[in-house]
Each structure stands twice: as C-alpha cells, then as structure tokens.
Design a protein around this ligand. Structure first.
Ligand code: ATP
Ligand code: MG
Length: 323
C-alpha cells in the first residue's frame, strides 16, 4: 500500500507566555515523538483520553500548529516546513472535518455558498459551473440539490454534518482529518454518517485520520487503530488485533470500559478502573508515561521509557512487560 501520510518523530510543544518574573512556564508536550504512516484508502483511528494530543496531532498535519520537531510527509513530499504555494496545495489535498457542524457553517451564508466557497477561493469554479458542482456535492451526500439556497439553521445536526462533508469533498482531497466528526450527533445518526464516510472512501480513494475518544466509533470505521497517551502512541495495530488482543495495559483498560450490548456478559466482565489522575502534559512522568496508573508496573517502568516495538507482525506496543 502506498503511503499518503507519513509522520516521523513528531513533537508539538506549546510554550506558555513568560510570567512576571520573565520566566517561561513549562511547555505543554501535547505531541511527543509520534511516528506512523497512513496508506491509500486507509482509515487510521486515533483514540485516547481528553488532552492526550489527538487534535494537536491532527492540526499539525494541516500545519495549523507548528511542529517543534520531527517530520510530516504527504505523498512522499516533506511538508513540515511548507510555505506559500506548497502549503496552499497541502490545504487543498488535506481537508478537515470537526466535531461541531453548528459552528463549522457560517449561519449567514446559504449552504450552497458555504459548500462552493473552497472552489471559489482556490479559483477552481465560478458561475454556472460552480452551481453545478455544488448541486453534485449535495446529491453526493444525500441532500436534495435545491436546498442549496437554504440556511444552516434549516437543517438538522446530521444534515449539517453532511453539508460539512460536502464542503470538505469539494476540492477532491486525498486525505481527510476527521476530528470527532460524530461526537456531537445523536447515536441514531452516527452510523449513517460513518457509513457515508466509508462509502466515500471507496468511491473517491480517500484516506482518513479519524480522531475519536469513542472506541466503538473507531472500531466501526478504522482499518488500524493508534492509542495515544500523554502525547505518545502507546499501541498501534490492525483493528481486529487491537480489540481481540490488546497488548498495552492502557488499551486494555480503555477496551474494558466499552459497554457490552449483552447485560449478562456486561455483569461478568471485569472493568479495569485506572487509579490516579491523568498526569499533566507539562510534567509527564519519567520512564513509561503510563506507569503512575498502570496495574502491572514494575520498578523498571519508572525509569526506562519503553519504545514502540513491533511485538507481533503489524502490532506495535510500548510496554516492557507485554508481548
Ligand atoms: N494552542 C495551545 N496552547 C497551549 N496548549 C495547548 C494548545 N492546544 C492544546 N493544548 C494542550 O495540549 C494538550 C493536548 O490537547 P489536544 O486538544 O490535542 O487534546 P485532545 O486529545 O484532542 O483532547 P480532547 O479529547 O479533549 O479533544 C492539552 O493539555 C491541551 O491543553
Ligand atoms: Mg480534541
């Protein structure tokens, strides 16, 4: 499978403002040495608790935040320091869909104008050709083309997310970074939107970096899943392997917290409750970042950082004790 996106040793640290003593507060290590690659027509799910750096990683791909270190490759080109036309091209080929379809659409614009805006901005269509493309995009996401002249408030939450997807597809991107795209939607509508995204993946040869804190959503849509903890990937594996045989104790705890549909199975199952708080990303613990909450940690875990290693073919984990 050829690589669409490649991330190597990526770090994004946020440095706070100097305080009244002229000192910098400690930097937030939002992303701290992340490496993975994403293939054509592949979906990589990115999961982890709030604050672990998922959105920062997604934003770094579009260069909405500046990497502190490491490399971002897109279709084989190094775009880590891209500027000007190169950055413009990147932002045409890589689109983003956010959680909140309410704020993603300008309430004062007719939805047809919002959907056509990227085409206009990149000088790709205007006039009748633009209207035609907007109609086609609306049809593609299952909305009647004549609704292009309506305003966002006239649509439901699920329909608005369809509009947002139509706009993201306008420039025929190769990769879409989806940041919690269904988290704000009713459960009943979620699978419709996920299925729509999956359908477009095949039809339009799209790759997705799919961010969510919801493991069941990620399980539905992903080919491979990466688990993040405190700015690092602690496990990365094909979906079925990850859910069948999680190797990292953190992944195990996350999976044990997914409610099971069968109440008998639910009662029998042991849920792993993590002790302690999520450490601050300004001061990640030494050694394994998870050791402060890990149920199986040994003294070595407090001192030596475990590397992300391929423990089984295609199944990577960062744990001294597993695999
Ligand atoms: N612009 C910024 N300046 C300073 N710190 C930031 C900035 N953006 C994010 N952070 C910090 O970086 C860390 C990672 O944040 P991020 O939003 O990437 O997490 P997340 O995994 O997307 O969380 P959530 O699931 O809540 O969306 C957090 O500690 C956050 O407070
Ligand atoms: Mg986020």
């Amino acid at each position: 499978m050829s690589e669409v996106l490649g991330i190597a040793n990526l770090a994004v640290h946020f440095r706070g403002r100097r305080n009244w003593r002229g000192r910098h507060p400690p930097a937030v290590r939002a992303v701290d040495g992340v490496t993975f690659s994403l293939g054509e027509r592949e979906t990589l799910g990115l999961v982890g608790e709030s604050g672990c750096g998922k959105s920062t990683l997604g934003n770094a791909v579009l260069r909405l935040v500046t990497p502190t270190a490491g490399q971002i490759r897109f279709e084989g080109r190094d775009v880590t320091g891209a500027t000007g036309e190169e950055l413009r091209a990147l932002r045409r080929d890589v689109q983003m869909i956010f959680q909140d379809p309410y704020s993603a659409l300008n309430p004062k614009l007719r939805v047809g104008e919002s959907i056509g805006e990227p085409l206009l901005a990149h000088g790709l269509a205007q006039g009748a050709a633009l209207r035609q493309q907007v109609s086609e995009l609306l049809g593609l996401v299952g909305l009647p083309p004549e609704r292009a002249s309506r305003y966002p408030h006239e649509f439901s939450g699920g329909q608005r997310q369809r509009l947002v997807i139509a706009r993201a597809l306008a420039l025929k991107p190769k990769l879409i970074v989806c940041d919690e795209p269904v988290s704000a939607l009713d459960v009943s509508i979620r699978s419709q939107i996920l299925n729509l995204l999956m359908e477009f993946q095949q039809k339009l040869n799209l790759s997705y970096l799919f961010i969510s804190h919801d493991l069941s959503v990620v399980r539905h849509i992903s080919h491979r899943v990466a688990v993040m903890y405190l700015g690092r990937i602690v496990e990365l594996a094909p979906r079925d392997n990850l859910f069948r045989e999680p190797l990292h104790p953190y992944t195990e705890a996350l999976i044990s917290a997914i409610p099971l549909p069968d109440p008998v199975a639910q009662r029998k199952r042991a849920r792993i409750i993590l002790k302690g708080e999520l450490p601050k990303p300004t001061a990640p613990p030494p050694g394994c970042p998870f050791h402060t909450r890990c149920p199986i940690a040994i003294p070595k875990c407090r001192e030596i950082v475990p590397l992300l290693e391929e423990k089984r073919p295609g199944h990577w984990a960062a744990c001294h004790l597993r695999g």
